[in-house]
Design a protein around this ligand. Sequence first.
Ligand code: GUN
Length: 294
Amino acid sequence: MAQIIDGKLIAEQIKAEVRVGVSLLLKERQVRPGLGVVLVGEDPASQSYVRSKGKACEDLGMYSETRRLPASATEAEVLSLVRAWNDDASMHGILVQLPLPRHINEHRVIAAIDPRKDVDGIHPTNIGRLVIGMECFKPCTPAGIQELLVRSGHDPGGKHVVVVGRSNIVGKPTANILMQKAPGANAIVTIAHTAARDLGAFTREADILIAALGKPECITGAMLKPGCVVIDVGINRVPDPASPKGYRLVGDVHFASAEQVAAAITPVPGGVGPMTIAMLMQNTLLAAQRITAA
Ligand code: GUN
């Protein structure tokens, strides 16, 4: 049976470190890190993520403000909110929850965020710096995946990492982080995605498999190399009449068959999910430290 990589526990460790940093900043510079979050529309999963982000800020002694706009909000409204926070000295981090409604241009909104406040690490400046190995804000889920691997004793150095999925917020930046010539990285990286005619041919080559394709339980045990490490990024709601909520959460990996084959695997929930929030808190502290540095 596989080792279960406990993302909740590792996220708690990171949040404990951030809490110390927050109190130091408060004591030494009288600065409380602040995070502004914009949520447009009523998507239930996004609402739940945004609530968790606000709660984490409160828990760590940070200031946070969440603006909830209706799905009918205009791009100009979102842009003016972002620009106001760019100029607001009490706000060190700005996060626009994705996806945005179709009538709002996501690229224009992200580009409007001051890169020094882009704690989500998705502004083109930060992504460009990431690709060429410069100091930057790393996107939270990819940074969380890296921390999970390193802190659970599965350093990716010299390993073959196969990333399944090519999204701008997970697949592409994860591959870029793990291929850097840097501690906690230095992997040989392959990116596969759902257009592959035989996805299993790729996944079976992975020492470390990162599943971020957004398809419930798509990667089965039969698609894994025995002894591999599996990081499941998927958070999918599937209908379940037996659950009080009417749904349950499953990953992109079929857990029951995968844990028979893998050496280590992240659960859903309790794997990558809590890490994303922990890394957002770490980035927000970092933004406050950098912006207020003498
Ligand atoms: N939606 C799902 N994940 C994320 C994330 O990490 N950042 C933002 N902004 N939106 C998301």
